[in-house]
Design a binder for this molecule. Structure first.
Ligand SMILES: [Fe+2]
Length: 357
């Protein structure tokens, strides 16, 4: 094991008797220590501890004004939980209960007065070795924690990159930019915030809402790429995208994919129970009800091959009209407030970078 670098080690001595601190200082200097601070007034111990941040404290127990117990009580909160600063009690004979109490208060070792020079130096060295080992373990743990954080970030980013590409793949045949998907993600996020969902849920929603139509990847070209109005059979075929999306995203234990699956399956449900799967009112999970509104709003306010777009105020009227019919009535009220607050900006394009940051 590498030798301790004695010149860098700081020791704080606290003893009311000047001849004791002088003797200790002499012993320690002879042993090679040079950064020694001593006080004969226990009331100064805490301040000195803060100033010099010692590697070890040698402390007398019986002192006027403040005994060793009180000094230890003052020092304890100054030592971080993951640090180890040994406290050596240097005192006359101690009875067993006092020794037990001192150990319970944070003492790490005892030395009896009158001190034996060799014993003092050896015990102090032992304690400093323990401190060094503790510091090495702590540094190693910090290094490992940093590595875990870094790798977790890489895994999370990989997951988001894959989700991003899945969105683009699902939109590719009818909207190469994926603009609808990202807008729905952003509007869903704003509505979730209005609803007062916790930040981690809002974050998950903004990342999973763009996947609501992922099941369109499995639809026939004759349906997904059709120009003009859909007939009944087209709509029946189109409805399958919720089931396909749910299947694509099933059997994962990742919270993001679990939420994405729920949204893919339920974003065409209606409050009155006349949606794709006939779920009524609160039977549709909240993420599905939020995305149902955000998706419908986006479809209303953007033109496609078979219909023109509504203006913002026309969309507002439509949402108000459908509150409690197509949409969750409470979410509808929040959405109306969102329209009033955001104005035309609510219809603006979003990007994957904004949502997946
Ligand atoms: Fe859809």
């Amino acid at each position: 094991m590498q030798d301790l670098d004695l010149s860098s080690i700081k020791i704080l001595l606290v003893d009311d008797e000047a001849h004791c601190t002088k003797l200790m200082e002499a012993l320690l200097k002879q042993a090679g220590y040079s950064r020694i601070t001593a006080t004969n007034d226990a009331r100064q111990a805490a301040q000195l501890f803060q100033e010099i941040k010692p590697d070890l404290v040698a402390l007398d127990m019986r002192m006027p004004h403040m005994d060793g117990f009180e000094v230890m009580r003052q020092l304890k909160p100054m030592i971080p939980n993951d640090d180890y600063v040994p406290i050596l009690i240097i005192t006359g004979e101690l009875d067993a209960p006092t020794k037990h109490k001192a150990l319970a208060e944070g003492a790490n070792d005892f030395i009896n007065k009158p001190v034996d020079g060799t014993e003092v130096v050896l015990r102090i060295k032992n304690q400093l070795e323990t401190r060094r080992l503790h510091q090495q373990v702590r540094m190693h743990n910090q290094h490992l924690e940093a590595q875990v954080r870094l790798r977790t970030k890489v895994v999370e980013q990989t997951q988001l990159d894959l989700l991003n590409r899945l969105v683009l793949a699902s939109e590719y045949r009818h909207d190469v930019t994926g603009a609808h998907a990202w807008r729905v993600g952003r509007v869903s996020m704003l509505l979730a915030e209005m609803k007062g969902l916790p930040p981690d849920q809002v974050d998950m929603l903004k990342k999973t809402a763009p996947l609501h139509d992922v099941g369109k990847i499995g639809l026939l070209d004759s349906v997904i790429m059709k120009v003009g109005a859909y007939d009944e059979s087209d709509w029946e075929a189109m409805k399958l995208h919720t089931k396909i999306g749910s299947k694509l995203l099933s059997d994962s234990r990742a919270p993001l994919l679990i939420m994405a699956r729920e949204i893919a399956l339920t974003h065409h449900e209606r409050w009155d129970g006349t949606g794709y799967h006939r779920l009524k009112e609160l039977q549709t999970p909240l993420p599905g009800r939020i995305v149902a509104l955000a998706d419908a709003f986006d479809v209303m306010t953007h033109a496609c091959s078979y219909k023109a777009s509504l203006t913002l105020s026309e969309a507002r009227v439509e949402i108000e009209r459908q509150a409690g019919k197509q949409f969750d009535p409470e979410l509808s009220q929040l959405f109306l407030k969102l329209i009033d607050r955001e104005g035309e900006a609510l219809m603006a394009n979003a990007t994957a970078v904004q949502l997946f940051a």
